[in-house]
Design a protein around this ligand. Sequence first.
Ligand SMILES: [Zn+2]
Length: 164
Amino acid sequence: MSAFVIDAFEFCRLKEQAEGELPVAEMARLAGETVDRAGSIKWSLAGGADKLGHPQLKLSVSGRVNLVCQRCLTAMPFEVSSESVLVLAKDEESADAIEEVLDDESIDVIVGDEAFDISYLIEDDALLALPVAPKHDVCPAQEVAGPAATEKVSPFSVLKNLKR
Ligand SMILES: [Zn+2]
């Protein structure tokens, strides 16, 4: 059994904590968003309960991945950093009920399990933290071409070039 499988309800009840690091290459969906499948995602998970006593998981993920810039199509390093709160429900029906009671868009209600694979959660969280259309602030190609091609230019014409 994978080290990432926990009993989600026991984990919350006992207020357990866990942390680790997951290579990007082992997360197919996340790896597919990168140029080189390099890097890894650090994660930490803390069990507990919300104000109303629902079992609750707090998950943080962080790490650097190399996305593809949508403008110049070269690698663009990106720092993933995200924290999320997940309330556990026993089944879909009670998940809907809890969601209604909480009425909070920032909290996700998910169906927990005695054999709950948290690597899936970690990957989901990292994916949600990625920009929809990643772009360099200044693409590397422009950086090289810019100053050499235009010496002593006013800041305004530089701005004009950037807009183009
Ligand atoms: Zn770029």
